[in-house]
Design a protein around this ligand. Structure first.
Ligand SMILES: Nc1ncnc2c1ncn2[C@@H]1O[C@H](COP(=O)(O)OP(=O)(O)OP(=O)(O)O)[C@@H](O)[C@H]1O
Length: 240
């Protein structure tokens, strides 16, 4: 189980994320939703231990991510920030480089993972020649290489075409169902993840302004988008 308690990272100008609380159990998919600049990426970076939190913590089965990255990172797959930054490497070489971070990843695992993200036939091409969608697929492969129990994804499909988005969401849904992997995902495309997220966490101007299970949302709202609009309008003081 992944737990986030009062997680806070504030940048000059009072921007960032403040007082985030979230619990994600095996097989759950939590969506971070919010407008541009709301603090979703900062929240993911703080949860992953990529930036030092000012306050609060994230923990995996009770072990602090910040204090014991050696224990917790083995269970986490991260796709945050620019995808596949080493343009001079081929796709397969990029995954080989990543494989050194984890024990027991052999060539068969690399090939299986390339297959999962639909990049087998492009693996010998240099990343600098990839489209944005292909870079995102390779980055997703690097996050899945060690078969993490928790995947953190920041706008993972933003550069993908319609087929790519469909293929990757179907693949991830399959992994969640088959392996109990959990996911924390930020996306502006609510409809793409609406039917497989289990929780929505709405972030607005660095604050968590709503968190609810899909079952609860469906009791009162026609869609997650309506819930999102309700939470953000309420925060602006515009909701009834
Ligand atoms: N390293 C940094 N130094 C200073 N300010 C930062 C830094 N990183 C993020 N911020 C600021 O924190 C705020 C939240 O940024 P963040 O990238 O987390 O938002 P976001 O919700 O992911 O936005 P988007 O949907 O556009 O990706 C923004 O105002 C941003 O300018």
């Amino acid at each position: 189980m992944f737990e986030v308690c009062d997680l806070t990272k504030v940048y000059p100008g009072n921007r960032g994320i403040q007082g985030l609380n979230l619990t994600v159990h095996p097989g759950e998919v939590a969506a971070l939703l919010g407008p541009n600049g709301a603090g979703k990426t900062t929240a993911l970076q703080a949860m992953a231990g990529w930036v030092t939190a000012d306050r609060g913590e994230a923990s995996w089965n009770g072990v602090s991510v910040a204090e014991r990255p050696d224990l917790t990172k083995l269970h986490m797959g991260l796709m945050i920030g620019e995808p596949a930054p080493y343009g001079y490497l081929t796709g397969s070489d990029y995954l080989k480089l990543y494989s050194k971070l984890y024990p027991g990843i052999d060539e068969a695992r690399i090939q299986e993972t390339l297959e999962l993200v639909g990049m087998s036939r492009h693996q010998k091409i240099k990343i600098k020649k990839y489209s944005t969608g292909m870079k995102q697929r390779i980055e997703l492969a690097s996050a899945l290489l060690h078969r993490p129990k928790l995947l953190m994804l920041d706008e993972p499909f933003s550069g993908m075409d319609i087929e790519g988005r469909r293929e990757m969401t179907a693949m991830l849904r399959g992994l969640v169902t088959e392996t109990g992997m959990s996911i924390i995902i930020s996306s502006h495309q609510v409809h793409e993840i609406e039917d497989w997220m289990t929780h929505a966490c709405i972030i607005y101007e660095g604050k968590q302004v709503g968190t609810s299970s899909i079952a609860q949302i469906r009791e009162s709202f026609a869609s997650v988008e309506d819930y999102y609009l309700y939470c953000t309008a309420k925060e602006r003081g515009g909701a009834a």
